[in-house]
Design a protein around this ligand. Structure first.
Ligand code: TXE
Length: 497
């Protein structure tokens, strides 16, 4: 397959001045500081973006607050759902432009950007659109005895929390922002998004499409800039009622602390992990290798739910590593704009350097690098997909999240000990168990510590199924009806008559 040509709309968009989107218009900050957006496939600057400051933070929060107490409050739930559906239509209509922008900024292979950042994102919007008209409280029976014939009526209301601040990472600059935006708007909240400094462009374009979709001014705002400055100021802002964050564990912990210090009760943190994939001995070597590729190597391993620790029955270990090496050698690595590319560059220089240092660490600790373990030649932040055979569960690569295309493998013999090995981490975002033995799987499911557990599959997310971390991988859940709890306040009303 051939290299996809950049659309004219993409080249025109890149040349525009970029800043923020506040109250229905694109704005540049009063400060003159800019930061560069770098294409990770070439290492070259593709755009510059105006760094936001206190002014933009205040303007965006004020616009979101005015819309929350004004136009959005007066918009009926059905119409809020219609708005999300119209935005989904526009995402699809402008899908190729958005997918190209996503691939340019993140290095994601174009087919994945099309399928996930455009395709799945519009499905998520439609899912949340349906919820907009279905969020409600309940009528309750008062339980205590009444005096003097008094009667009581009690009911609950689900009320939107207010202005939501959404802090977005670089791995899915559209899809993760859409998760937060869809949940907020369906609940009746308004939102201020702070994209990652590495991928600040896509949400600027989507905010324009939101205005075209008829979403009132101020309901969706985007402020670009550094996490330490813009992100932190948004969280501290008195009009911020809720923070929803996806990103690294250390930043998530500091975001959570800061939110609590400001007296904000609603915080959703979706953090990283060190997810395990465990294969039982009834699986064939071929099926195990297919499973490992699905679980650990899609999008250069830069998916928070991807598996990084692989537990393989000793009897299959050698054959699995051999076949996996062959499959990784055959993997097409190259330009994200080639439709046949299976693996692109790492998303940014800092991450690339981190991955190279982890290769080094594995060597220093005496792990065996079975495949890869090095940078690839050429411009851009490319590394080889890597297989590491761990010495023990204590190796750094069995404990620290790499967020890269590195699978670390440990063999086992005792199935009884397997669950304890999977759980031997402070994290608990995701895990997968692979077996044809349904009875064994059903017995192991309650014992595996993870917010989401897949059986014979991995990394499949669905808007109807709650997603979020247990243990140190975060708090709160996105999707399903679970999001309602996090974007609305429950008010109880008791009446005497
Ligand atoms: O993440 P950060 P970074 C992991 C991955 C990667 C590492 C660092 O291992 O190598 O995190 O990536 C904003 N107050 N993940 O530095 O710091 C920041 O501007 C408020 C896993 O990109 O977590 C960005 O918008 N906001 C992850 C967002 O937080 C702050 C996906 C994420 O940045 C802030 C991406 C502050 N004090 C990387 N500091 C996943 N779990 O999916 C930063 N930010």
């Amino acid at each position: 397959m051939s290299e996809v040509n950049l659309l004219e709309s993409v080249t025109t968009f890149l040349q525009r001045p970029h800043g923020h989107y506040i109250n229905g218009v694109s704005v540049l900050s009063q400060e003159n500081t800019t930061f560069s957006v770098i294409n990770p496939a070439s290492g070259k600057v593709i755009a510059t973006v105006n760094q936001g400051g206190e002014n933009e933070v205040n303007q965006a929060m004020q616009a979101a607050s005015d819309a929350f107490h004004g136009v959005w409050e007066q918009t009926s739930p059905i119409e809020r759902g219609n708005c999300l559906n119209r935005l989904a239509d526009l995402l699809q209509k402008n899908g190729e432009e958005l997918a190209q922008l996503e691939s340019l900024c993140s290095g994601k292979p174009i087919q994945l950007s099309r399928a996930l950042d455009v395709g799945a994102s519009s499905d998520y919007l439609r899912y949340f659109a349906g919820w907009a008209s279905k969020i409600s409280g309940e009528t309750l029976n008062v339980s205590l005895p009444s005096f003097k014939g008094e009667k009581y009526n009690a009911f609950t209301r689900r009320e939107p929390v207010g202005v939501v601040v959404g802090i977005i990472p670089w791995n899915f600059s559209i899809m993760i922002a859409i998760w937060k935006l869809g949940a907020a708007l369906a609940s009746g909240c308004t939102i201020v998004l702070k994209p990652s400094e590495y991928t600040p462009l896509t949400m600027l374009r989507i905010a324009e499409l939101a205005t075209e979709a008829g979403i009132p001014d101020g309901v969706i705002n985007v402020v670009n800039g550094s996490g330490a400055q813009v992100g932190a100021s948004l969280i501290k802002h008195p009009q911020c009622a809720k923070v929803t964050f996806t990103g690294s564990v250390p930043t998530g912990v500091s975001v959570g602390k800061s939110a609590l210090e400001q007296g904000i009760k609603h915080t959703t943190l979706e953090l990283g992990g060190k997810n395990a994939a465990a294969f039982l001995s009834d699986m064939s070597v071929e099926k195990i290798v297919d499973g490992i590729l699905e679980a650990g190597y899609v999008y250069q391993g830069q998916i928070c739910a991807a598996a990084e620790r692989f537990y393989i029955p000793s009897v299959h270990m050698e054959a699995v590593l051999e076949q996996l090496s062959e499959r990784l050698s055959a993997m097409k690595i190259g330009s994200p704009f080639d439709e046949s590319t299976e693996m692109g560059p790492l998303a940014n220089r800092e991450h690339y350097e981190k991955i190279l240092s982890l290769f080094e660490k594995a060597r220093q600790e005496g792990c065996e690098i079975v495949h890869g373990g090095h940078a690839l030649e050429g411009p851009g932040f490319f590394v080889a997909p890597t297989i590491v055979r761990a010495k023990s569960a204590e190796d750094t690569l069995m404990k620290e999240e790499t967020f890269g295309p590195i699978g670390t493998f440990l063999s086992y013999d005792d199935e009884e000990a397997l669950v304890a090995m999977m759980n031997a981490t402070p994290f608990g975002l995701a895990a997968s168990l692979w077996t044809n033995d349904l009875s064994k799987a059903m017995r192991m499911i309650p014992r595996i510590e993870a917010g989401i557990l897949w059986i014979n599959m991995h990394t499949f997310l669905d808007p109807a199924v709650p997603f979020g971390g247990s243990k140190s991988s975060g708090m709160g859940r996105e999707f399903g009806s679970a999001f309602i709890e996090h974007y609305t306040e429950l008010k109880s009303v008791i009446m005497r008559y």
